[in-house]
Ligand binder design. Structure first.
Ligand code: NAD
Length: 486
């Protein structure tokens, strides 16, 4: 029997996995690490290719059974029940997430509420996805049906497990797909908790199957499985490209939510008091381990020094410490991630560090802490302004005029989100069109994370959209029925 995790809120054994409605122990386990301390706090199921086979078969059986026969309204009712149970257990989920991911408790609480919101949103949306009738030739009636793909595979990363499971699995279940979920080996606990709640809420056996494990083992087996009809992947560009190749081999659709190097554009006429919390907050949230982190702050030259000075003041006040003590930033997810971030930061040109935050004295030595760094100096082509660092670092870059701002903003391989800070309505409208991104924010950043708002990227940030009603189209296939009746 693997050791019980030392996470007091955990009410289940994470060394088990779920297939066909049955929780069963894995044949092997992986260590669960608390990034705030670097210590091992439990054992996680390590699924194999055989476990993935079993999960896919169980999902297929669910499609052919109770789950497949359920009406959209009934599916919605189950999702609503899951949402209520997530709310009831929100504090447990937040503590578990903070411990597993290393994110400050207040962020983990927000993530738990977001998970509940995804369930509420897709519960209400499940029975509102409709086809159309299409005017056609005399003697014909033509209409469309939106049908589930069948078995959907979901591979999620470690940075926002609850939010990403909610948006991806929530929408897929609402459409009547049966899901196989592979959470990240670094942070699987809230995905397991979610599956436990879903089981307790009455989700039929096999509608959701969960196999934790390594990416190259369980993840690759899922991505390449011939029984999968749609793949949803959130993670790095390198892995996303492998997933797309696997999907291509089986000729199945794939949604890729990948990285970013997202800019906020600050024009001389911006309301800087309003902008400042968003300029800094969107860079350091989750210690910068956010796909839509505002990694680049582009500022019209006349206000560049002022923005750097004010952001630097804010940075100097930032505190980094253990997740559950709820400082501004927690640790990074792993020693590996910390090494990657530090290697990036070592390339900063001399004199370009405008300010740093501080790691608190009580931060355990084994934790993966990195003090946030504000950089002013690296130009738009410097790797620090081009590559996704996925750590607490932002680069401030000056620009002259709208055309240069757009050229710099659009000048990376990515295109996830972007923001414009300006009081000019005409400029807001122009830039919303010119910026290469899946979401554009005007005088805000992130819009509170809205589960209602379609989300996804262009370029290396991926393709396909999740969140909002749009996701339901992605998790369904359109069938056209043409009846000739004379
Ligand atoms: P990753 O690609 O290493 O891992 C993501 C998931 O893929 C994990 O579950 C992992 O086990 C699995 N995986 C790894 N190798 C695999 C393989 N060969 N086959 C199948 N599955 C495999 O990414 P990460 O480092 O965990 O996450 C960070 C990245 O995710 C960043 O680039 C970030 O920008 C991106 N991200 C994007 C979004 C978004 O919505 N666009 C959200 C969060 C994170």
């Amino acid at each position: 029997m693997p050791p019980r995790p030392e996470i007091e809120r955990l009410w289940f054994d994470p060394a088990e996995m779920l297939t066909g409605g049955v929780w069963r122990p894995a044949s092997q386990t992986l260590p669960i690490e608390d990034p705030s301390t670097g210590s091992e706090v439990g054992a996680l199921a390590r699924g194999t290719a055989g476990d993935i086979d079993e999960a896919v078969a169980a999902a297929e059986a669910a499609r052919a059974g109770d789950w497949g026969r359920m009406t959209a309204a009934e599916r919605g009712r189950i999702l609503a029940r899951i949402g209520r149970m997530v709310l009831d257990r929100a504090e447990d989920l937040a503590v578990i997430e903070a411990t597993d991911v290393g994110k400050p408790l207040r962020q983990a609480r927000a993530d738990a509420l977001a998970l509940a919101r995804y369930m509420e949103f897709y519960a209400g949306a499940a029975d509102k996805v409709m086809g159309e009738t299409i005017p056609y030739l005399d003697g014909y009636t033509v209409y469309t049906l939106r049908e589930p793909h069948g078995v959907t595979g979901h591979i999620v990363p470690w940075n926002y497990p609850m939010q990403i499971v909610g948006r991806s699995v929530g929408a897929a279940l609402a459409m009547g797909n049966a899901c196989v979920l592979k959470p990240a080996e670094e942070a699987s606990l809230t995905a397991l908790a979610f599956a436990r709640i879903a089981t307790e809420a009455g989700l039929p056996a096999g509608a959701l199957n969960l196999v934790p494990g390594l990416g190259e083992e369980a993840g690759a087996a899922l991505a390449g499985h011939p029984g999968i009809h749609h793949l949803s992947f959130t993670g790095s560009v390198a892995t996303g490209s492998l997933i797309q190749a696997a999907a291509a081999a089986n000729v199945v659709p794939v949604t890729l939510e990948l990285g970013g190097k997202s800019p906020q554009l600050v024009f001389a006429d911006a309301d800087l008091d309003a902008a400042l919390p968003y300029l800094v907050g969107a860079g350091i949230q989750n210690a910068g381990q956010t796909c839509s982190a505002a990694a680049r702050i582009l500022v019209e030259r006349s206000r560049h020094d002022e923005v750097v000075a004010r952001m630097a003041d804010a940075y100097r006040a930032l505190r980094v410490g253990p997740a559950r003590a709820d400082f501004d930033l927690g640790p990074l997810i792993s020693a590996r991630q910390k090494a990657v971030v530090e290697a990036f930061l070592a390339t900063a040109p001399a004199g370009s560090v405008a300010a740093r935050g501080r790691i608190v004295a009580e931060a355990p030595k084994g934790g993966h802490y990195v003090a946030p760094v504000l950089l002013a100096g690296p130009g738009p082509d410097h790797p620090l302004a081009q590559e996704e660092i996925f750590g607490p670092a932002q680069v401030v870059i000056p620009f002259d005029g709208e055309d240069e701002a757009v050229a710099i903003a659009n000048g990376t391989r990515y295109g996830l989100v972007a923001a414009v800070w300006s009081e000019s309505g005409a400029r807001q409208m122009r830039l919303a069109k010119r910026l290469r991104a899946g979401q554009v924010f005007i005088n805000n950043y992130g819009a509170g994370g809205g589960v209602e708002l379609p989300f996804g990227g262009v370029g290396r940030s991926g393709h396909g959209r999740e969140k909002g009603f749009e996701a339901l189209y992605g998790f369904s296939a359109l069938k056209t029925v043409a009846a000739r009746h004379g």
